[in-house]
Write a protein of this length. Sequence first.
Length: 713
Amino acid sequence: MGGTSSRGVSEVTGLVLLLGFVVVTASFAFAAGDRVVSDAESDARTETGEIVVKQFDARLGTVISAPGNGTTTLDLGDHDPSQVTVGQAGEIAVSVDGGECTDSVPLSSVRLESEGADELAYQAGGIFRRSPNGNSVVVAPPDVTARGGTLSISVANVSGRVTEDRFVLRKNASRSRAVTEGIRRTLYSDGCRRPDDVTVSVTSDYYMAWGEYLRSEVGAAVGVFPDNRTVRFTLNSSHLPAAVDDSRNEVVNLQNPAVVDPDPVDHRFDDVAFSIDKSVGNTYFVSGRPVENGKLVGDIESFEGGVVFRPPVDVVVVMDESGSMGGSKIADAKDAAKQFVGLTNESRDRIALVGYDTDSRFVRVGYQRYFSADHAALNATIDRYSAGGGTAINRGLNTSVALHDIESNFSRTRHVILLTDGKNEPGGGVCSAEGYSDDDDCRDEFDRRTLDGARAAAAQNVVVHTIAFGDDANETLLEEVANTSGGTYSKATTGTELRTVFEGIFQNITETDQVVRRPVSTSLSVNGTTYVPRVAGEDSNVAGYGGQPNVNDPGIRGEFTYAVNTSDAAPMNVSAVTLACSDWELTAVRHTNASTGRTYNEVRCTNVTGVDREVPHENVTAYLAGADMTGFEDGNEAWWQPDLYDDTLDPYVNASGRLDVESNQAIVVYDFPDSESEYGETRLVMLYEFGLPDSTTTATVIDVDVTEVRIRD
């Protein structure tokens, strides 16, 4: 929720907010000074509250995306449980065709209220802020969108109470399915399969913020009704997909010889060139899209680990600032950190800085709050590291993981470089406050917490690299932290060795093996006009040639589709080509070979220079309902490819191995010949639809997903 896509999970055990006050002694300024302090305290409470709510959003998103009854924990930090309120706060009501089909989605909220600060709340995947006068704004957008003619509503219905500083979020998977399926059955019922209009009403205490958000999102007029805290908008036929407009669609049976020319043989077309003709001047809507796991075009190759062949990285440098780091040690550590900064790519990579002694702190870079790509600002900030105090390694580690949790995402590789010259020695005052009278027992506890931090990092794919600087570090602990998170452990005793270690860590995080996704494209010819596929969403970074996009780009997370009209007797033909590529780029998509343990990233083409070759017509086959698909059972797929029969075709094949699709659908398999691949099959599998099926298939206009989550201690 709120941004799944892409958030992680971590245990955040401490967050230090440093406030500086300058007191001016003047009797006439007391009142004004009090107001300034009050405003600063209010802003601070709002900021820390916002971090807590953002972490709640990130953790909840992980629970929602986890299979089964996923759980996670959250710590309120400095906030009291009495400041958190959980409850129903309204609903999202959906009405189809003027009320023919109507249902509502529960709208709960989790609110954080601090004295003298704005109220912060999580609701429907978004984060809202409301001031004491009732005005509300969106901090992070909710999961309600209307794009490409599809209304998408994804809501977490949170129940329970927060009675302790630390609490558990648990998803009820079976209840979530039941609620979601019930709403979908109502909205997708027979009379509403192809709606003329969809009206959505959102009732919420944050209706003002909802109104502003929806005005920018839905592309339709949004009405605001303060008396009942509601906003409302209607999507009419101009907003909805053409597929729901019956005037543009007709029923087609691709195996009816009176309609289709030439006649299919054995439920298939071996040369996918044909026409549909009912001889009444009909117009038919034609669409095509890849099936899930249907892109099997690729190879494994070796690339050098240059910056162009890797994803961007987020690195948190965690520096020991204890007293033992004084003198040349802190100077050498600063030099090594600056050298590491210089190795990174200023246009792609980001670095954040954390220091720790008995406590930990964010070392903010320039105007950036946390991560920065500005090398000059980073180097200047590194000079602010200092030495003095005890050593609490766990606090530095936990702060760095919290930073990734809040500010990074899974499109970037995420790393921590943890440096220390000693062992956990938080000091007598800290140990006494923790209830320990024996220093060894206290140290053991802080070692345990450090390993807990490493496990939390691993849980959200943060890799921790540890460095022992000198001979007094707890090397056993540092090795275990690195091993737990999948990182590296290194030791250095001089400044020169330390710079070498930092350089080695950079090489480690940038060199990978690659699965090369070969660029290919398809086209659909209708009555002499050639149509190329349209990529859903943002496609500016997808390479192509002559208007033909590389449909095998792993960056295409949604569908690529055709959406055209054809008329009676118009000849149609589907085809595919391989594209020539000159430049490649590493993506964050990874595959691990279970038998060897090696991990490979996927590489995408960033510069297509032309068409390499066209797939011959005899290598393109359209399979219709009833076709025997058992010939694909003995495929030659690579370990990283989905199984063509058991994975790709499985949703479309019945128990007898026959294709089970609608009358107007065809599964088209492109078999790319003369591939350079030494690994598995090189095929593209697509689903085409021509007109409407005999069963008058419903077009997807409303996508509703409700997740039931309960809070418990």
